[in-house]
Every structure is written in C-alpha cells, then in structure tokens.
Design a protein around this ligand. Sequence first.
Ligand SMILES: O=C(O)c1ccccc1NCC(=O)[C@H](O)[C@H](O)COP(=O)(O)O
Length: 212
Amino acid sequence: MSDIRIKICGLSTLPTLEATIAAGADMAGFVFFAKSPRHISLETARALGRAAQGRIRKVALSVDASNADLDAMVDALAPDLLQLHGRETPERVGAVKARFGLPVIKAIGVATAADVAAAAAYLGAADILLFDAKPAPGAAVPGGAGLAFDWTALRGHAGGEWMLSGGLDPDNVAEALALTQAPAVDVSSGVESARGVKDEAKIAAFVAAARR
Ligand SMILES: O=C(O)c1ccccc1NCC(=O)[C@H](O)[C@H](O)COP(=O)(O)O
C-alpha cells in the first residue's frame, strides 16, 4: 500500500464522513460557499466538526471569504487546515495564515502549463498548492465540477507540497498518480452518486484505488 495522502472534499453528512474516516482518508473537506450543492451551515459544521475531531484532518474550504466569515467557519468546524479556492492573492493567503495560525491550501486553477508556472508566486505563502481544473469563465461555482485538466501541464511545477485534483474518480486515480507522481489527491464529484451527494462505496473505492 502506498502513502499517498487523500482528501475527500464536500462532505455534508455524518454517514459519509464516517465512511471517509473508515476508508482511511487523511483529510475531510467541508465547503462553505452558498452557491455550492455541498455548502454546509455553521450548525452542520459544528456537528460534523465534533464528530471528526482527532480522527481525520478537517479542511474548511472557502471562496474569497471575508475575515468575519472565516472567523465563523473556524469557530464552528475547528479545522486543521484552511483551503482558499477563490482569487485570493499571495498576500491574502499570507494574511489568512497569520490570522488563524493554520496551514493553508491554495487552489490553483490549471488550463495550461503557464498556470502551473504562475503558481510559484504562492510558494512562500501557502503550505500546500492544490492543482485543480480551471473553472470556466463566469462559472458560479469555482470548483467541484468533475473536470480534469491536462495532467502533463504539471511537469514544470515549482516544488513545495502539492495535491492533484479535478475530475478524479476510482477508475482514473491510479493513472493520474502514475503520470503526475502526485503525493496527494483530492476528489469530490468522482465519489458522488449525484451532484452534491456523496456515495460511501465510491469513497471506499477511491481510497483503495489511490493506495493500490
Ligand atoms: O466542491 C465544491 O462544491 C466547491 C465549491 C466552491 C469551490 C470549490 C469547491 N470544491 C473544491 C474542491 O476541493 C474539489 O474537491 C475539487 O475542485 C475537485 O472537484 P472534482 O473535480 O469534482 O473532484
């Protein structure tokens, strides 16, 4: 079994959180973005955060959130990491990291190798870069679309800790890992039975396929 790290993103129910922990994933992602089908309320975040405490690393995902909104989600979920999935600048990433004293994952939308090269600007600010498919221009929800990008674009990436994301599923994750040598992967749509509805069997299949 490999030591690939795995994040299951967009969890919103206790059974699918339990399935994620039972499968042996390393991180559980919770989305705080009202336009997302995976958005959770602060009340749900509090309940899921308590259930996950000390059993899996919790990631609070936000999109260009204000300090006040970040304060509220951190208070409710008590995350281990923050994921910034909007247009946050390196300066904003640094400010969020300093405010909460938590490691920050910065999502980088990738269409071409130039997007990967530009991510170098975040190397001193973010703890982990998450390479994801670039959202379509004007997309209402900038992630979790089940879209893959050309993985060969990652060949020139600038180092640091990173994760691969975008359109992964139990059937393609092994190929993606072989091609990119990614140390960590993140998935949302590929472990769902319908948009926003996580599937326990697919979560287990994804973790097994990634670790095989
Ligand atoms: O998942 C969402 O609904 C979401 C909403 C707003 C910003 C980001 C979002 N998801 C980010 C993730 O970390 C996803 O896991 C990543 O984009 C991969 O998604 P998918 O291609 O569906 O596996």
